[in-house]
Design a protein around this ligand. Structure first.
Ligand code: ARG
Length: 450
């Protein structure tokens, strides 16, 4: 494709080193769509006859279906998907194929294809995230009133419901979707027409090409359009953070499924056994999710490091953008699918949950709040309850069985009434708090939203 000024063949080692078709072949539907839009604009500009345009369009469609059917032979000597398709088109239809690359470079071509790929990837990831949200929502509904301890520092803090806990992940995933939507909005601009870096002396109708490809507009600086890979970095960040959310969910479930917690049971279909210890039922899916999150984060770092030293505009380093991109999209898609299935069959042991939450220490804050309602300043109330806690530990007497007024007269006879788990939860009615009523209304809101 560039042989004009060269006297020697490219070394076969360099071909092996420089080829990208072994992975960028996946851009083929986008490459074909971009080429057809580009050819149509050439036709409208009088650069291609009606017959030439028709031959190009038909040839590209045939190549696309051959690739889809696995009947296309990719050549690493032709480096990438762009040159593989163009060379095959010219082989099939003759001279018209050789006109296709007029007013275009592989630099604006690859930028276009990659944006189109990212757009599709965002749409399918968004659907997959919504499916996981629906599975979590279903679990939240089943367990809207299942009381569990809420933790900070992995120490029991205050009572919440499992429904509230599941809905926390629905919230995180909603932000993940909005980050993807934001990325999609910013990336949906057509770079075609930017040429190698400085546009072209042949003016094609850029807005028409953009509209045909579903872009919202055209890029406004040819150099930036060629050098820009922000949209990939943004997508890799969104996938890494979504992975981090699911990794945290995994960690919760790993703890919940341990004998020490005993809160949850994963289905046999979503756990594995041990080849040595017959009793084992391991939460491997959760662990693999946690592990894959390292990979998602690594892919983001991989791209950012590749970008940081690059002068404008295109540098061949940029070809290294696609392996991490494809890997993160594939990885997160699989993570979402398997987690959706696993969550759908997750069961909670309500008794174990309630038992753990029944530790009266979890209501120490409520006891301090009770003193506040009797007029005691919070700092003093905190201190008084702290003394009661120390007394409970020292005498090995549960907090709710101490003679509180004896510890300090600030505690009235009604102080004991604080130690009702159900009442404590029911009192948490402010928006965002975990009363069962609030959780149910949040579930209704999410159901309507999803
Ligand atoms: N395979 C290349 C890539 O992915 C396409 C662009 C090649 N451009 C060039 N000037 N060599 O980046």
């Amino acid at each position: 494709m560039w042989k004009g000024r060269f006297a020697q063949e490219t070394s076969s080692l360099v071909q092996q080193y420089g080829e990208s078709v072994s992975y960028d072949w996946r851009l083929f539907p986008h490459d074909v769509a971009g080429s057809i839009a580009h050819a149509r604009a050439q036709h409208h500009a009088g650069l291609l006859s009606e017959e030439e345009f028709t031959a190009i369009e038909r040839g590209l469609r045939e190549i696309e279906s051959d690739i889809r059917d696995g009947k296309f032979e990719f050549k690493t000597s032709l480096e990438d998907i762009h040159m593989n398709i163009e060379a095959e088109l010219t082989r099939r239809i003759g001279p018209a194929g050789a006109k296709l690359h007029t007013a275009r470079s592989r630099n604006d071509q690859v930028a276009t294809d990659t944006r189109l790929y990212c757009r599709d990837a965002i749409d399918s990831l968004t659907t997959a995230i919504a499916a996981l949200q629906a599975a979590l929502l279903d679990r939240a509904e089943t367990h809207a009133a299942t009381i569990i301890p809420g933790y900070t520092h992995l120490q029991r803090g205050q009572p919440v419901t499992a429904g509230h806990h599941f809905l926390a992940y629905v919230e995180m995933l909603e932000r993940d979707k909005s980050r993807l939507a934001d990325c999609r909005r910013r990336l949906n601009i057509s770079p075609l027409g930017s040429g190698a870096l400085a546009g072209s002396t042949i003016n094609l109708d850029r807005p028409a090409i953009a509209a045909e490809l579903g872009f919202d507009g055209v890029s406004t600086n040819s150099m930036d359009a060629i050098a820009d890979r922000d949209y990939i970095a943004e997508l890799l960040f969104a996938t890494a953070l979504c992975g981090a959310h699911l990794s945290r969910l995994s960690e919760d479930l790993i703890l919940w499924c341990s004998a020490e917690f005993g809160f949850a049971t994963l289905s046999d279909a979503h756990t594995t056994g041990s080849s040595l210890m017959p009793q084992k039922k391991n939460p491997d899916v959760c662990e693999i999710t946690r592990g894959k999150t390292g990979r998602l984060t690594g892919n983001l770092v991989n791209l950012l490091v590749a970008l940081k030293g690059l002068p404008l505009t295109y540098n061949r380093d940029l070809q290294e953008d696609k392996p991490p991109l494809f890997d993160s999209v594939d990885t997160l898609s699989l993570v979402l699918a398997v987690n959706t299935e696993m969550i759908a069959s997750l069961e909670l042991n309500g008794d174990a949950c309630r038992n753990a939450a029944s530790d009266p220490m979890l209501l120490a804050t409520d006891l301090a709040d009770h003193l506040v309602k009797c007029g005691v300043p919070f700092r003093s109330a905190h201190d008084l309850v702290g003394k009661a806690v120390a007394e409970s530990i020292r005498t090995k007497t549960p907090l709710d069985q101490l003679d509180l007024p004896e510890i300090d007269p600030a505690f009235d006879a009604a102080a004991k009434d604080v130690f009702s788990l159900d009442r404590a939860l029911a009192a948490r009615t402010n928006p965002g708090s975990p009363s069962v009523e609030n959780v149910r209304s949040e579930i209704r809101r999410w159901k309507a939203a999803l």
